[in-house]
Every structure is written in C-alpha cells, then in structure tokens.
Ligand binder design. Sequence first.
Ligand SMILES: NC(=O)c1ccc[n+]([C@@H]2O[C@H](COP(=O)([O-])OP(=O)(O)OC[C@H]3O[C@@H](n4cnc5c(N)ncnc54)[C@H](OP(=O)(O)O)[C@@H]3O)[C@@H](O)[C@H]2O)c1
Length: 274
Amino acid sequence: MSSSVVMPIAVITGGSAGIGFELACRACENGYRPLLIARHPDALSAAADQLRTRYRIDPLLWSADLADAQERQQLIERLQTIATDIEMAVLCAGIGFGGALHENTWEAEHQVLQVNLVGLVQLSQIFCQWFAQAQRGTLLNVASLAGFQPGPYFANYYASKAYVLHFTEALALEMRPYGVQVSVLCPGTTGTGFHQKAGIDKTELARGLFGIVMTPEAVSRIALRELSRKRVVIVPGLLNQLAAWSVRWVPRSWVRAITGWMNAQPALAAVKNG
Ligand SMILES: NC(=O)c1ccc[n+]([C@@H]2O[C@H](COP(=O)([O-])OP(=O)(O)OC[C@H]3O[C@@H](n4cnc5c(N)ncnc54)[C@H](OP(=O)(O)O)[C@@H]3O)[C@@H](O)[C@H]2O)c1
C-alpha cells in the first residue's frame, strides 16, 4: 500500500516504541496513515523507517513532550490543521517511576501525572470534540492491568491507570450517541523498554504473572480485534483477564500485599521478609 493524502490519519502518542509502535503497525495494516508523537526525534525516525519498509506508508512524525503544558497546547493547535483527516486517536504514551513515593522526587511523580493523566485527559477532550462533530472516529486510551488495583511501590503509576480506566469507560457511554467508539486497553506485563525506564526491571512485575510476558505485537493485535468488536474494556490474555476479575473477590488486604510484593525491588523484598 502506498501513502496518500486521502488516507485517514491515526494519531498515536508514544508511537515510537513498544506497544504504541505495534499499534502503529496495526493502523497501517488497517488502512490508516499513522501520526507518531513522542519526544525523541531519533526514535521517531527509526520507527518511521520500519513502517516505510514494512508497509510502504510514510508516517507523520511530530516530536512533543506531553509532560509540558505549552508543548501540548502547540501540539493541539497543529493537530487542529489536520483534524478533519483524523479518524483514530490512540493515547498510548505513558511513564512510571518505581519505588516508594516518599523516596521518589516530586519532579518524577509530577511528570507521571502530566503524561498519564493531564495530557491524556486534555487530548481525549479534543478528540472527542472533533469526533462528535464528525459523528465518527475511534479513541483508544491505554491504561493497564495495574488500573484494577492499588500498587504499593509503584503507587502513583497504578492510580494513574485506574483513573485512565474509569475515565475512558465513562467516555465510551458519553460518545456512543455520536457513533464514536471509545475503548481502553489494559495490558498486563508486556515486553518493552518500559520496565527498565521505570527502574523496575528486576521486580516480579517485570517478570510477569506466572512468568508470562506478552509481546507488544500480540497486545496490539488483540486490541485491534477487540476494537472491531466494539469492546470497551480490552484486557489482552486469559491470565490477565482472570487477574482483573479476581481482584474483585480477593480481600483487599491480600491484593495490596500481592501487588506490593510484585512491585518491590528484590533488595527491599528481602529486607521486608526478614
Ligand atoms: N510494558 C508494559 O508491561 C505495560 C503494561 C501495561 C500498560 N502499559 C502502558 O502501555 C503504554 C505504552 O507502554 P510501553 O510499554 O510501550 O512503553 P515504552 O516502550 O517505554 O514506550 C513509551 C512511549 O511513550 C513515549 N513517551 C514517554 N514519555 C513521553 C512524553 N513525555 N511525551 C511524549 N511521549 C512520551 C516514548 O517516547 P519518548 O521517550 O521518545 O518520548 C515511547 O514512544 C504506557 O501507557 C504504559 O503505561 C505498558
């Protein structure tokens, strides 16, 4: 398939790496021209090279820091110029910093809130306005299995994903009368650079539930399949679905203890266990 100005655009924040990049691949396979948004231009270019080679589609690449309010505003003004061509928005950019809250810096935790929450809510609002006007469109927000429970030693990240999950579920109902599909993707542990950047690559969480780590490709394929079925909450993988369901029935104190154990750094866990 060759790129063309008439192809509908799929905006993908965090599209330069991991799950976002694989969602960009799926967007190409489904006839969209991806617009990748991330901070580092080199990573964006490398992702674009791969998309051109694989799909012969020339993606749009916009560098922006979603943690920065001014950059978000400039991004929105730029998006406005192509708003009528945008038919899908995937808000996938997300970050976290492992460790106990009192030991982390406020700058780091504030960045998590800006990217995972404030930026996501601001962009969701803009896309919902445009899609409602056009009476069509798809918004996919990326939360996490973490959104179903509290997460000691990764507390702000888990809570941010609970927000994204509940927020997006609510939008799904609000946007239904306009013919706009809104869904939320909740992956479990997925093999990307995320855990290393978050400083949690030595934790049980990074090893995955029962040692199972899904590939970002598998996660993205399930996401697109379930979007086409109009599923609102998408939890890829049977074990992850079981985990999301089981936290409703397991005593809350057990849930906190298990997630705390999964998120603790090995050294910390050893100290806690005597
Ligand atoms: N991997 C997992 O196990 C897992 C599980 C559940 C949910 N998730 C969620 O899935 C999403 C994608 O995670 P991933 O594993 O694919 O992570 P990843 O490989 O680290 O990719 C993160 C992407 O977000 C971009 N990004 C980070 N900070 C940004 C900022 N301030 N402004 C703009 N872009 C930014 C990164 O590019 P730059 O660094 O160049 O900006 C990159 O493209 C996240 O929301 C994450 O919370 C991941």
